[in-house]
Design a binder for this molecule. Structure first.
Ligand SMILES: Cc1cc2nc3c(=O)[nH]c(=O)nc-3n(C[C@H](O)[C@H](O)[C@H](O)COP(=O)(O)OP(=O)(O)OC[C@H]3O[C@@H](n4cnc5c(N)ncnc54)[C@H](O)[C@@H]3O)c2cc1C
Length: 486
């Protein structure tokens, strides 16, 4: 759950005239609570944060706008939150604060060795913008996640095994600091800040106003999608994990245990992803998975090799156009869904589960429960694990899977019993993941904060992160409930 901004009860009142003066100084737009656009402006991807009322939302159009907002927040002693794509699972990009929104700073341009990205660039737009250049960048598996949070927290997806985590490919970033300075950081300039911004988590060290990213060389991808019965679920989960651990770096794969969505249906397991090889590689791979699991998929589709942006677009957006794939309410054609209130437990795990561990994981999902809930895994490892743990702030170089449980509550105002039930389910889930857990990914925080979340997110890199934080933001201007120094 998001916390109220620190000191929110005693926020200094800012006179309306001051807010209007701020609006007048911005090239972008300032949205205040009385404005008709306010309800849309305060929304994140997760509906549960609609109840949070920012003091104002500043849609910044330039680095100068961002500097102006930082100066305003400091001058008036009000909290500030940073937002790019609005996908923070725990609502860290909003609060009773001035929300500095970077969604309009989303330009993409191609240089000789790098691609320049605004922090508000969403995955779906990066794919489209880079199509003509035959170059691509690493994205996650959801279309509207933006570079601002994705890259500062790490950046995991189906290309992780072949090309590393997204932040491993950040060559430089431009950052607005708490004191209003704008710095470029790279291996040679502000190297400690550069180190911290690659995995130390967003909303903490400064506001990134531009990234330079080394593109990946991946001309084609093969998409595959399979659906299996749950009756040999534990065997399948264990076999899939071993298959991924032993598989080539070219394999990108996710597994989700799905509830039945219609009366009479039974729960299923979906295994899907993309492969950087041939159709034959995928077909042989899936046959070997079925053999290991001792079962066969209910349905299985393997595509022909497609240009990278097409394959990723189809995987992320289905048949929707680029405009349609955006989050509902953000554009005239946008149809992308938002997420209901969801209680989550996520861990990184460092090996394939044994059969018993997989059975416990499926049992914690609770096949008999009549409730919308998910058990998800995404395969990691490969290139991401060939980088030393302290090379960047992203420490999880032994992680093999991102593993998590999600319990969705669609009732608009769930009662305390419902929340308690969801929490208990999540606690059982956490226990099932504990034997293989090796840490937690700051971009997938659990709803209930872990007691040792600093170590779980950052391991032995936490002391250095604290040091960078003290040097670049000694007054803790950039903060949220689980930021470094919080
Ligand atoms: C449906 C869904 C699917 C996801 N899929 C994936 C996935 O496949 N792979 C993966 O790795 N992650 C995934 N994530 C997690 C995602 O990477 C993180 O939530 C990420 O932080 C979102 O970035 P954002 O800019 O969209 O969100 P925001 O909510 O805008 O920001 C997230 C955090 O980053 C900070 N931040 C944002 N912009 C900046 C900036 N410019 N400078 C400094 N700090 C900034 C915010 O203050 C906040 O703390 C998913 C999340 C959701 C909700």
């Amino acid at each position: 759950m998001p916390e109220r901004a620190r000191g929110a009860d005693v926020l200094p009142a800012v006179r309306p005239a001051r807010w209007h003066r701020l609006g007048g100084r911005l090239a972008g737009d300032l949205v205040l609570p009385a404005d008709p656009a306010y309800d849309a402006a305060r929304r994140l991807q997760q509906m549960e944060f609609d109840r949070i009322a920012p003091l104002a939302v500043a849609y910044c159009a330039s680095t100068e706008d961002v500097r102006t907002c930082v100066g305003f927040a400091r001058e008036h002693g009000i909290p500030l939150r940073i937002r790019s794509g609005g996908h923070s699972h725990n609502g860290w990009s909003t609060g009773e604060a001035l929300v500095v929104d970077l969604s309009r700073m989303n330009a993409v341009s191609v240089g000789r060795d790098t691609v320049a990205l605004g922090p508000g660039t969403q995955s779906v737009d990066a794919l489209a913008a880079l199509r003509a250049y035959g170059r691509q960048i690493i994205t996650g598996t959801f279309p509207t996640v933006a570079a601002g949070g994705f890259l500062t927290g790490g950046g995991l997806g189906w290309q992780t095994r072949r090309f590393g985590v997204g932040s491993d490919r950040v060559a430089a970033a431009r950052v607005v600091l708490a004191d209003g300075r704008v710095v470029r950081c790279s291996a040679d300039e502000e190297p400690d800040l550069y180190w911290a911004l690659r995995g130390g988590g967003g909303g903490t060290f400064g506001i990134v106003v531009g990234f330079e990213v080394r593109p990946v060389d991946a001309p084609v991808l093969v998409r595959y999608d399979t659906v299996w019965d749950l009756d040999r679920g534990a065997e399948l989960v264990a076999a899939w994990q071993q298959w991924c651990v032993e598989g080539p770096d070219e394999l990108g794969s996710s597994l989700v245990v799905l509830p039945s969505f219609r009366p009479g249906d039974t729960p299923t397991i979906r295994i899907w992803g993309v492969h950087l090889g041939s159709r034959g590689d995928v077909e042989r791979g899936l046959a070997s998975l079925a053999h290991r699991a001792g079962t066969r998929p209910r349905t299985s589709t393997v595509g022909d090799p497609e240009p990278y942006p097409d394959a990723m677009h189809r995987s992320l957006c289905g048949d929707a156009t680029v405009a349609e794939c955006h989050r509902t309410g953000t554009g005239p054609e946008a149809k992308g869904h938002r997420h209901p209130m969801t209680l989550r437990t996520y861990r990184l795990t460092d090996r394939a589960m044994t059969g018993d561990e997989a059975a416990a994981a499926v049992a914690a999902w609770d096949p008999g429960l009549d409730q919308e809930r998910y058990l998800l895994f995404i395969a990691l490892g490969g290139q991401a694990n060939r980088v030393p743990r302290t090379e960047t702030a992203y420490v999880h170089r032994n992680a093999r899977f991102l593993a998590g449980y999600q319990y969705a509550i669609r009732a608009p105002q769930p009662g305390p019993d419902r929340i308690a039930e969801a929490r208990a389910w999540n606690d059982r889930a956490a226990a099932a993941l504990a034997p293989t857990a090796c840490g937690s990914y700051v971009n997938f925080p659990s709803t209930r904060p872990e007691p040792h979340w600093r170590t779980a997110f950052f391991g032995e890199n936490h002391p250095r992160l604290l040091d960078v934080k003290r040097r670049y933001d000694p007054e803790n201007v950039f903060r949220h409930p689980q930021s470094v120094g919080a």
